[in-house]
Design a protein around this ligand. Structure first.
Ligand SMILES: [Fe+2]
Length: 527
C-alpha cells in the first residue's frame, strides 16, 4: 500500500471547519481524505537535529494557517485529536528511490505539528522527504545526516541568521542563503517579533496584536512560515535553532519580564511562547517537548572530525538582570561597577549552572578541529560612553553577566579546546570581535555576529563607542543580511552577505566582508 489514506472529512461549508467523527480518527486504509481544496501543508517542511544516522522531520497541518479561533489552530479542531499522515524519505530529489515510508503523528496538543525522529540512515549524505495526507502532498525537503563521530570531513558550509522582523522588510536574505545550498543553517534568535509596530513597516503582522497567548504566538509563527523565502530555506537544509527575547517578550530574562510582572504571571506567558516555538521548529521531542514553562533546547552536534557545535540557550536560565529595580531597571539598562556592583556577583549566570557545566564538559571532551558555540547575544565586552563621559555596559547581553563570561573564557583556555569560535546574533549589525579576559590578554576565541535579516539599527548607535573597544575588529551597522561559513581542516572563512534593500522583495546580495581564521591561530583576519 503506497499510502495509508487518512480519515479527514470536511463538512460545515462556510466556516471551513474541519470536523470528523472521533470514531474515524486513526482509521487506516480505505478511509477517505479530503481537505476541500485547502493545502494542509501550507507552512512547509523542515528538518533539524542532524545525527550521523538520522534527523528530525517537521511539518504542521494548517489548512487555514492564520485562523484566529483559539479552538481551531491552523483551521483544525483541537477536539479532533491526533492525525496520522504519511512520510517518505528518498535518496534522490525526485523521490524515486524511497528508503523509508511510514506514519507520522500530527499531535493535536501541539497544534497538529509533526516532530518525527528518524534513525537508521546512512551517515554524511543528503536525503529528500515529503509528507502526504489523502490527496495532499507537502513540498519536498532536503535533510542531511552528519558524518560519523571522528570520521574525516574535508569541508562544511553553514549559514547563521538572526532577527527577522516581518514588518520591517522582506526576507530576501533567507532566499539568498538558500541559494548557497548550505549543509546546515543556525537560527540564533528573534525568529519572530512578538510586538506590532504600526510605523515604518512594509507589511503588517496580520492580527495587529502583541503576541502573549498561545493562539497569538501560534498565529505569529504561522504568518512567518507562510513567507516563501523562509519556507524555502527550511526546505533546503537542516535548521538548528535557539531563541532570543522576541520569541517571548522584549528583554525578558529567566522568569523576569522587562516590565516587572510577577514571575508567576510572566511564566504563563513564557509557557505559551515556548510551546509555540516547539510547535514550529524541527526539535527532537525526546529532548525538547515542553514541560510547562520549561523547555530544553540546548544541544550539541558533531560533524565528523571537523567540527562540534554547541547550540546554547541564553534566555531561559539566566539570573535576574543586575539592578532590576523599577521603574528604569528592567532587562536592559546601562550599568558599571560603581552604579551596580551586583553585575559582578559571581553567583550570577547567563546560562544557568547546569547548562554551564554541560557546556564546559563538552568543550573539554571535544576532539574535533573546530569548536563552535552558537548562541543569541554578543559575548564580547562592549563599553558604551554615557553622557558625562563614564563607560557603562548593557545588562541584557553577556555584558550583564561578566563573571559568567569570564568562567566560560577561562574554561576554554584551560581545556585547550581546538579553534574555539562563537557565533552570535541580536545586534542588527555585523561584528568581528576578539574574545579576551582583559584588554592586554591574548585572544582566546573569535566572535562573529551576523546582522539582522530585516530588523533595523539606528545610525551611529554603536559607532561612537568603538574607540573604547579595540578588540572589535569590524563593525557595520547599516547593512542587513546573513553570514555564511566555509569550514575546512585548515581554515574557517566567514563571509558577511548584505542585501541591497529590505524594502525590495527582489533585493540582491553582495559580500560585504570576509574574515579568515587559520587552524591553530586565534583571531580572524580580513581576507
Ligand atoms: Fe532582534
Amino acid at each position: 500500500m503506497l499510502a495509508r489514506r487518512s480519515f479527514l472529512r470536511m463538512v460545515g461549508g462556510s466556516a471551513g471547519l474541519l470536523v470528523a467523527a472521533p470514531a474515524l480518527v486513526g482509521l487506516g486504509a480505505g478511509a477517505h481524505s479530503r481537505w476541500a481544496g485547502r493545502d494542509p501543508f501550507s507552512l512547509g517542511v523542515a528538518s533539524g537535529s542532524p545525527a550521523s544516522d538520522g534527523f528530525v522531520l517537521w511539518t504542521r497541518l494548517a489548512p487555514d494557517p492564520l485562523s484566529a479561533d483559539p479552538d481551531l489552530p491552523g483551521g483544525i479542531e483541537m477536539a479532533r485529536g491526533d492525525i496520522d499522515i504519511i512520510y517518505e524519505i528518498a535518496t534522490d530529489p525526485a523521490m524515486r528511490e524511497i528508503v523509508r515510508r511510514g506514519t507520522a503523528t500530527a499531535e493535536a496538543a501541539f497544534a497538529h505539528s509533526v516532530h518525527l525522529e528518524v534513525g537508521g540512515l546512512a551517515s554524511n549524505r543528503p536525503y529528500w522527504y515529503r509528507f502526504t495526507s489523502g490527496e495532499a502532498s507537502s513540498r519536498i525537503g532536503c535533510a542531511r545526516t552528519a558524518p560519523a563521530a571522528g570520521a574525516p570531513l574535508d569541508q562544511l558550509r553553514f549559514g547563521f541568521v538572526s532577527c527577522s522582523n516581518y514588518e520591517e522588510g522582506y526576507f530576501s536574505a533567507y532566499r539568498h542563503l538558500a541559494d548557497e545550498n548550505p549543509d546546515l543553517v543556525f537560527f540564533l534568535g528573534d525568529y519572530i517579533y512578538e510586538y506590532v509596530n504600526p510605523y515604518d513597516r512594509v507589511r503588517a503582522h496580520s492580527d495587529e496584536v502583541e503576541a502573549r497567548t498561545l493562539p497569538t504566538y501560534r498565529n505569529r509563527y504561522a504568518q512567518y512560515r507562510l513567507d516563501a523565502d523562509l519556507q524555502r530555506l527550511h526546505a533546503v537544509a537542516p535548521s538548528l535553532v535557539t531563541w532570543d527575547d522576541h520569541e517571548i517578550q522584549n528583554d525578558y530574562g529567566g522568569e523576569w519580564s522587562e516590565n516587572f510582572d510577577e514571575p508567576d504571571v510572566f511564566l504563563e506567558r513564557r509557557s505559551a511562547g515556548y510551546r509555540a516555538f516547539y510547535e514550529h521548529m524541527p526539535l527532537r521531542p525526546s529532548l525538547s517537548r515542553p514541560k510547562g514553562e520549561r523547555m530544553r533546547i540546548y544541544d550539541r552536534f558533531a560533524y565528523g572530525d571537523l567540527a562540534e557545535f554547541s547550540l546554547i540557550d541564553g534566555r531561559q536560565y539566566r539570573s535576574r538582570a543586575a539592578c532590576y529595580i523599577p521603574p528604569d531597571g528592567g532587562g536592559f539598562h546601562m550599568e558599571n561597577d560603581e552604579s551596580c556592583p551586583e553585575r559582578r556577583d559571581r553567583t550570577r549566570t547567563m546560562l544557568g549552572m547546569p547548562q554551564e557545566a554541560w557546556l564546559y564538559k563538552g568543550l573539554a571532551q571535544s576532539k574535533t578541529r573546530w569548536n563552535v558555540i552558537a548562541q543569541n547575544m554578543m559575548m564580547a565586552e562592549f563599553a558604551e560612553e554615557q553622557k558625562g563621559g563614564d563607560l557603562r555596559f548593557s545588562t541584557d547581553d553577556w555584558n550583564g553577566y561578566p563573571e559568567s563570561r569570564a568562567r566560560l573564557l577561562r574554561q576554554i583556555e584551560k581545556s585547550r579546546v581546538a579553534n574555539p569560535v562563537v557565533l552570535s546574533g541580536d545586534m542588527h549589525s555585523f561584528w568581528t570581535n576578539d574574545l579576551k579576559l582583559d584588554p592586554a590578554a591574548p585572544v582566546i576565541a573569535t566572535e562573529f555576529i551576523t546582522s539582522s535579516i530585516t530588523s533595523g539599527c539606528a545610525p551611529d548607535y554603536y559607532e561612537r563607542h568603538l574607540q573604547h573597544n579595540p578588540h572589535v575588529r569590524f563593525m557595520e551597522s547599516q547593512k542587513r543580511g546573513y553570514a555564511s561559513v566555509d569550514l575546512t581542516p585548515e581554515r574557517m572563512t566567514t563571509r558577511y552577505q548584505a542585501v541591497s534593500d529590505v524594502h525590495d522583495p527582489n533585493a540582491t546580495v553582495a559580500t560585504l566582508e570576509t574574515f579568515v581564521i587559520e587552524n591553530g591561530r586565534a583571531g580572524a583576519v580580513g581576507a
